[in-house]
Design a protein around this ligand. Structure first.
Ligand code: NAP
Ligand code: LUD
Length: 290
């Protein structure tokens, strides 16, 4: 968790995620003994996006490790929206399936909003359904989006208090930036959300006690923009032409100035998967009413 990298301590998502999985494994065993139920997760992949294939495979492996039953549905890119909605309807009614995840992005001919809204909110382990996002907005969350939820768990693991801090988020997507802003606001941070139309972004980032980069541009956030002692959370996953994986932050320069920093790989990515498993166990618990 706290190896030192040019000044900053590293928050190892890989290690924290392993701890979360170990805890979930125990909870799954208990649920099987007490209630005779094994949590089940259905993962739907449409088409053959190579990155999505890797993530979906990793999700399946993580389920296996924890004892969650995973049902993988791999559909061709030509699948119709109607066909996908039919499968979701079947999974919504399945007793064995407690969580449903449709890996994004979907092929262009399928309406993402319609698909997300078709998932039963109590099985929406991605936390993307407007019901779950609404519960987060009103401060009474049910199932929370895995990536920002994982970031919160990383901050907690490093005992970083966010109350009263200036949090600067770069990116306003429905799956990362926006829910991240809501989660930090709930914990009393003062939140700034930057996006592609933000003017003087460098100046905004320089104010951040906590900087969350989630824009999808390799090494966009420069080391010199990081305030001394800031906490840097790098959500970005960018594969360079040479095959190297880098985040949205210039890691070396940022690590010189930050107090804490997350690496890529081995940072937020593994936490996203751990929180998906956490949500699946929660969804199974909800289905039992316990
Ligand atoms: P997205 O839907 O493409 O959204 C990107 C956001 O960044 C948008 O709000 C966009 O602004 C903003 N943006 C783009 N270029 C910008 C610029 N030059 N300056 C300021 N803001 C800019 O992406 P996403 O799904 O949130 O993902 C973001 C990154 O995180 C990607 O690299 C993705 O692979 C990664 N990711 C990682 C995980 C994980 O588990 N580690 C999970 C999800 C995503 P506009 O709204 O104005 O267009
Ligand atoms: N769609 C996600 N699309 C993409 N990285 C992920 C992700 C693990 N419905 C839905 O899983 O939550 C989702 N729900 N997402 N993502 C991104 C996003 C989705 C990204 C990376 C990783 C999940 C991950 O394990 C590894 C790491 O950072 O260490 C590296 C893996 C590699 O490419 O080598």
């Amino acid at each position: 968790m706290d190896s030192i990298s040019g000044g900053a301590a590293i928050i190892s998502g890989k290690d924290i995620a392993a701890g979360i999985r170990a805890g979930l494994k125990g909870q799954v065993l208990k649920m099987q003994e007490k209630n005779g139920v094994t949590p089940g997760l259905a993962v739907i992949l449409v088409g053959d996006n190579p990155a999505s294939k890797v993530y979906v495979r990793n999700k399946g492996k993580a389920c296996e490790e924890v004892g969650i039953k995973s049902f993988q549905h791999t559909l061709p890119a030509e699948t119709t929206e109607e066909g996908l909605l039919k499968l979701i309807d079947k999974l919504n009614r399945s007793k064995e399936v407690h969580g449903i995840l449709v890996q994004l992005p979907l092929p262009f001919h399928i309406n993402e909003t319609r698909v997300i809204e078709a998932i039963s909110p109590i099985k929406d382990v991605d936390g993307f359904h407007p019901y779950n996002l609404g519960r987060l907005v009103t401060g009474n969350p049910l199932l929370q989006p895995c990536t920002p939820y994982g970031v919160i768990k990383m901050l907690e693991a490093a005992a970083i208090d966010v109350s009263g801090k200036e949090a600067v988020i770069v990116g306003r997507s429905n799956i990362v930036g926006k829910p991240m802003a809501l989660m930090l606001l709930r914990r009393n941070a003062t939140v700034t959300v930057c996006h592609s139309r933000t003017r003087n972004i460098e100046e905004k980032i320089k104010r951040g006690d906590i900087v969350v980069a989630a824009l999808g541009k390799p090494e966009f956030v420069k080391g010199e923009w990081i305030k001394s002692g800031a906490v840097v959370i790098d959500v970005g996953i960018n594969r360079l032409p040479d095959g190297k994986l880098v985040g949205d932050v210039e890691f070396g320069g940022a690590a010189q100035r930050a107090s804490w920093i997350t690496p890529v790989p081995g940072g937020v990515g593994p936490m996203t998967i751990a929180m998906l498993l956490h949500n699946t166990v929660d969804a199974a618990r909800m289905s039992l009413g316990v």
